[in-house]
Design a protein around this ligand. Sequence first.
Ligand code: MSP
Length: 478
Amino acid sequence: MTDERKKFYITTPIYYVNDKPHIGSAYPTIAADVMARLHRIVGEDVLFLTGTAEHGSKIAESAEKSGIDIKKFVDENSAKFSLAWDILGIAPDDFIRTTEERHIKAVNLFFTKLKESGKLYEGEYEGWYCIGCESYKKELELVNGLCPLHNRKPEWLKEKNWFFKLSEYGPKLLSAIENDEFRILPASRKNEITSFIKLGLEDIAVSRRTAKFALALPWDPSQTIYVWLDELFNYCSAIGYADDREKYNHYWPANFHVVGKDIIKFHCVIWPALLLAIGEKLPEAVFAHGFFTFGGQKMSKTLGNVIDPVEMADKYTADALRYFLLREVPFGQDGDVSEEKLKARYNADLADGLGNLFSRVTNMIEKYMDGQIEEFVDSPKDLGSAWESFYNFDFAQGLTDIWKEIAWANQLIDKTKPWELVESEPEKVKALLLNLAALLLDIALKLSPVMPDTSQKIKSILESGDIKKPEPLFKKVE
Ligand code: MSP
């Protein structure tokens, strides 16, 4: 049986298992989850992929420090990611781990094809390698001899490597990007990448001589596969590149790779060039989001200002965290977050805004209509603008529009004062409440990709047709 539905394949970066999930890794995963939910609601055949990156020196180093056997270390840490995503209401269709057999098989095949393409050659490389970044650094990228992203001294490596002729791909990439055959969003990132390509691309090393806990090159076991290439290929290995060509041909190319702005060169230059080399289609689009700071400072473990998303979800609910991250900072821009800001939005927008509207409407239905909703009035069903914004990754705008409706409904109740009207005009009050109930159902549907639990609660209580003292949706936090 063939599936006639439109397919939608969306991915997140796969996260290094040297650390537990933090707010930065939760961010693209929540955004991709919202997109996946949205495309599922409209009936598309969605594949939402996330996972963990488990090879390389960085992981080996962390495992060593922890004193745990490396296999056990990656198993335990990878499980922390799936558990965290579950707690945050994130529902991927698949979770890929780079230590899985299906991935290793696909990477071997990928490298064999790459070798056959004639685009690899042997050479010598000399340079500074930062284990934190898992990449070589140019002299001018270092600050006082340190990698500015990891505050650590890179190692000077001089070794024989296999190289990929990336330098040959500039013109092809430029034309694909400029005519939007391969889209890079937002536009500022597209400009950044095209300017970078115009400066001229250099060949890159695709193997290393000494990396720990990495896969061997299929034709030269003295060399290990550069972890970034191993990782990038997850997008293909997960959908059956090596063992299920039918599935692979159905889902590839990806509709969206959601990534952070820190890794766009890998995704918008190296990845498409590799795909061209092995004769595969380019992904349709990459969307790059911005970075969070905390109180204006970079978030880092050493500074001790990392926000734990699971802790925040425990305290404020997963839906509140999802709402906050997508509402506070326009997706694609940098922004500052803190628990204070989360609490402020929780109390104002959720407890006093949506929560209050829901309590007022349900309480009045209970009091003035005996809790009975026999039939819903036709709701406006204007899903247009909010969802259109969501479709374009403009979550903040879509949510702002929904909250305008919430504010409007709360004001309408303040103005009409149903509690004063109910004696003299009970029918009018009943009509008003039925309209508000319909509006709430509409809001619940619009919000469902971002706040699935809350949406379900509103829907099941209102649609039960018999309303009795529902719990508040959000209890105020002092
Ligand atoms: N393993 C690579 C990705 C390979 S994808 C084929 C990697 N992993 S990572 O765990 O270090 O980071 C993954 C992503 O986390 C970053 O690209 C970024 O999307 C996100 N973030 C990490 N810190 C962040 C912030 N402070 N703010 C927002 N997002 C951040 O890179």
